[in-house]
Design a protein around this ligand. Structure first.
Ligand code: SAH
Ligand code: SF4
Ligand code: F3S
Length: 467
């Protein structure tokens, strides 16, 4: 085990990372065995689970939909907020009992929580029935670990200063139509509340040629949409010599001719005019931008280390809205950051009122051990934080509903990706602006981009028909 020393993580240097091209192991060693994977957290974890599933199926494992039927249970965890921790250990407690009925059952914990020393210590002390813990930097080693598993608890967590591993098309992708594509790993922003730079390590970009090859291959296989993934995509390429920046990469991905290109997440800091121009110019780059605000108060933004002011954020917001036709913008907001006063909170509400977001993910601040904010005075009572969250959500939902109403009666291009959960006669899909639409149509339209007339607008989704 080689966990990072959090106090040193800020002293990262920019020495170049190594690019390692690997061919994952293919055997039938585990043929007939079943695996169940449960994923918490962001798109990055969702995509890592696609890699883990691919690696396991290369070894002969087959997936099952319920933990009771599995010989191998994997929890791919998230560390962003405290409550994730409780959920994971609650679930693990239940899995422990399954070991009584299936003596061969193996339990694995991986993902961001595995990169936290306190979690590993807790597992050693209280959950030694887990068979393997591995981190976010050595997913490609999983086949190796499984082939050589010792009895008892195996811990394979590496330091967060990793390399870039190119594993080829090893992913078992959840969809046949839309695909995640990592463009970079890690984060160097060190927002003071955030654990990600510690769990995911320093910023490392993939080479553009590898990304473009992956997109071309997805297009060839019939994928209609790619979403370029990074914690802060505007920093793409800054760690590479002689390669593109994010605006260049976006333009090159658009030039592959894939029908839809999306990206998450773009930090408001360093969102360049070139990026805005490329998004505005290329028809296949979708007019949907997730632009996390976090707070509208300059004082809190400074304490958070976000590197922009309220006015700078609003200026960027307005620039995007005026340059990118029909752009939909969503955001992330934290309430109850240490020392947040009612005045600070009102500044946040003011930005929400000015931006009238299409949607927002809103969170109560959760202190994360090892981050600078965890040492700040967090004396706002929980009921005040909850009341702020409630007031914020009311306004956020009002605007999200209002924006959706504008779609009523319009015709939208919807990429149909699945059967609607509530009504199996309907398919669901997404507009260019990332609005969820349930569509009454022939199931043969699955995987196509259909012209859909919007017949009903609700707060969080739309209904439509193909006529
Ligand atoms: N890289 C992205 C965010 C990734 S985490 C960005 O910078 O925009 C997703 C969201 O979780 C963040 O935008 C933030 O709103 C929220 N978050 C992160 N750390 C948190 C914490 N300690 N408490 C509450 N919310 C947090
Ligand atoms: Fe966390 Fe900030 Fe990095 Fe986003 S940019 S992952 S909030 S440190
Ligand atoms: Fe969670 Fe790790 Fe993503 S902490 S939000 S799974 S990068």
């Amino acid at each position: 085990m080689n966990l990072p020393d959090m106090s040193k993580a800020k002293m990262r240097n920019k020495e170049s990372v190594e690019f390692i091209y690997t061919n994952p192991l293919v055997t039938n060693e585990f043929s007939g065995q079943k695996y169940f994977i449960k994923t918490y957290g962001c798109q990055m974890n969702v995509h890592d689970s696609e890699e883990i599933s691919g690696l396991l199926e290369n070894l002969g494992f087959e997936s099952v939909d319920h933990e009771n039927d599995a010989d191998l249970i994997i929890l791919n965890t998230c560390a962003i907020r405290e409550n994730a921790h409780d959920k994971v250990f609650g679930f693990l407690g239940r899995c422990k009992h399954l070991k009584k009925d299936n003596k061969n059952l193996k339990l694995i914990l991986c993902g961001c929580m595995a990169q936290e020393r306190s979690v590993v210590d807790e597992i050693i002390k209280k959950h030694p029935y887990i068979d393997l813990v591995f981190g976010t930097h050595n997913i490609h080693e999983l086949p190796n670990y499984l082939m050589n598993l010792d009895s008892g608890l195996n811990i394979e967590v590496k330091s967060n200063e990793g390399n870039v591993f190119e594993v080829g098309e090893t992913f078992k992708r959840d969809s046949r139509y839309v695909a995640w594509v990592n463009i970079m790993y890690g984060c160097d922003k060190f927002c003071t509340y955030c654990i990600v730079p510690f769990t995911r390590g320093k910023e490392r970009s993939r080479r553009s040629k590898d990304i473009l090859r992956e997109v071309a291959c997805l297009k060839e296989k019939g994928y209609k949409e790619v979403t370029l993934l990074g914690q802060n995509v505007n920093a793409y390429g800054r760690d590479l010599e002689d390669d593109m920046d994010f605006a260049g990469l976006l333009a090159s991905v658009a030039a592959t001719g894939i029908e839809r290109v999306r990206f998450v997440t773009s930090h408001p800091w360093n969102f360049t005019d070139e990026m805005i121009e490329v998004i505005a110019k290329e028809d296949n780059i979708m007019p949907y931008i997730h632009l996390p605000l976090q707070s509208g108060s300059d004082r809190i933004l400074k304490l958070m280390g976000r590197r922009y002011t309220k006015d700078e954020y609003l200026e960027l917001y307005n620039k995007i809205k005026s340059r990118v036709k029909n752009a939909a913008i969503t955001t992330d907001i934290i309430v109850g950051f240490p020392n947040e006063t009612e005045e600070d909170f009102l500044e946040t509400l003011d930005v929400v009122q000015k931006c009238q977001y299409d949607g927002a993910f809103t969170f109560i601040y959760s202190p994360r051990e090892g981050t600078p904010a965890a040492k700040m005075d967090d004396s706002i009572p929980l009921n005040v934080k909850e009341e702020r969250l409630h007031r914020l959500n009311e306004i956020v939902n009002k605007y999200s509903n209002m924006n959706n109403q504008k779609y009523l009666g319009t015709t939208q291009k919807v990429l149909l990706v699945g059967i609607s959960e509530k009504d199996s006669n309907k398919l669901y899909g997404y507009t260019e602006t990332m609005k969820l639409v349930n569509v009454k149509c022939d199931h043969d339209l699955m995987g196509t981009i259909a012209d859909v007339v919007i017949t009903e607008a609700k707060s969080f989704s739309l209904d439509g028909e193909v006529r």
